[in-house]
Design a protein around this ligand. Structure first.
Ligand code: 57M
Length: 358
């Protein structure tokens, strides 16, 4: 909004010329988002406690989690609020990718909100049935994928890191493929959100990496130099991703061990959607799997555990997702969290290195 209000005045007030620059507005969105979350966090948590919007903890999980019962949850609404406010304030609101990313994030967040609401407020432990939850996720994912197909600024191909000349022409199959990425990412973040700050920390490294990737993709000279697909409108996504990363950073202040609040499905589903759309628009689907490797490892650990148990009756891990396996091995929760963050940071650095290693 500020871009549309203030940039036109740069003739009279030359300072407002800065609103033309994505970098300036990216910093503005980041600062706004972290301030909104930090300033509203304490009040929001107190409100959640007053309304008794507390987490119920399953008794078949690690015993150390039983003490977490009653921790305020649905804190993800704060992340979404910080993201929406900052993006609407600082982004170019005529940019289609920003609207696709924002609406997908909010829509998936709404599915998570209903699930959380049923579980926590209506005390219905099942929440939204898995079938309904998946149906709404697929509907939103297909809508986002179709919008990205219609408004695409590059051929519907799957690009590969390192091998710039390789690509897989998906044609119309791009739509179901992109939808699969969105549904996969949203559930992967959801599964990962099982330790204090684990999911939000890994989202911060991934969103920050994609902030850089989207800026490069949107910059004609940088994209040409790095030999990556130039997606003219993608640069504006760095404003949205700064809002996401900074909102998560503000939320982490309260979600850090021992957590005062959990993000809930409202946050986990929203964040997965935000990362997936940003990756698809810049043709970095494979880089998302690398940079968001923690989310992939967590999901694969569940698949391996369930398949192994079904086929052999034996478990691969002490408990899945894999963060519980390390807890049951005796690692204190903070050690599991920080070590997973370290892996996330290393994967983010490796992802950025592929820009030059093409
Ligand atoms: C999402 N939710 C956390 C919190 C958070 C198929 C199976 C793998 C599904 C999986 C599952 O239920 N996943 C749901 C994970 C839950 O966190 C809430 O959920 C929101 C995210 N969606 O925001 O509101 C618990 O996680 C802990 N937590 C923290 N700090 C945080 O910042 O400590 C969350 C956020 C919270 C809290 O204890 O209550 C969760 O774990 O449910 N199931 C599982 O993950 C279960 N694994 C399992 O059943 N493994 C089996 C098979 C199915 C693979 C096996 O290994 O044989 C584990 N989770 C629980 N109990 N709760 C273990 C059993």
């Amino acid at each position: 909004m500020l871009y549309h209000l203030l940039y036109p005045l740069h003739g009279e007030y030359s300072f407002f010329n800065v609103f033309k620059y994505i970098t300036f507005r990216t910093f503005g969105a980041g600062i706004t988002a972290i301030l909104v979350c930090l300033l509203m966090g304490t009040v929001f948590i107190k409100w959640l406690q007053k309304k008794q919007i507390g987490q119920s903890v399953r008794d078949d999980g690690p015993q150390s989690h039983l003490s977490k019962k009653g921790t305020p949850t649905m804190g993800g609404t704060l992340i979404i609020f910080g993201t929406v406010i900052s993006t609407l304030l600082w982004a170019d609101l005529e940019n289609i990718p920003v609207w696709i990313a924002l609406l997908t994030t909010v829509a998936l967040g709404a599915v998570g909100f209903v699930d959380d609401y049923k579980k926590v407020i209506e005390k219905n432990s099942k929440g939204l049935s898995a079938r309904k939850k998946l149906l709404f996720q697929w509907l939103i994912a297909f809508a986002a994928a179709y919008a990205m197909y219609i408004y695409r600024e590059a051929p519907p191909v799957l690009k590969f890191p390192f091998f710039k000349e390789w690509y897989l022409d998906l044609g119309w199959a791009y739509v179901p493929f992109a939808a699969l990425i969105i549904v996969g990412a949203t559930n992967a973040v959801n599964l990962t959100d099982g330790l204090d700050g684990l999911a939000v920390g890994s989202t911060i490294t991934t969103a920050t990496t994609f902030l850089i990737l989207t800026y490069c993709a949107g910059h004609v000279k940088i994209a040409e130099y790095l030999q990556i697909p130039h997606i003219p409108s993608a640069g504006e996504l760095s404003v949205f991703l700064a809002a996401i990363a900074a909102s998560c950073l503000g939320f982490l202040w309260f979600n850090a061990y021992p957590a005062q609040v959990f993000m809930g499905d409202v946050g986990a589903l929203a964040l997965g959607g935000a990362l997936a759309v940003s990756a698809i628009i810049t043709k970095n689907e494979i880089l998302l799997a690398i940079c968001g490797g923690i989310f992939v490892i967590e999901t694969l650990s569940v698949v391996a555990q369930v398949v192994s148990f079904k086929m052999t009756g034996k478990r691969v891990f002490k408990m899945a997702p894999i963060h519980h396996h390390f807890e049951l091995k005796g690692w204190p929760e903070p050690k599991v969290i920080v070590r997973f963050w370290i892996i996330s940071i290393l994967l983010a650095l490796f992802t950025l290195s592929t820009l030059k290693l093409r």
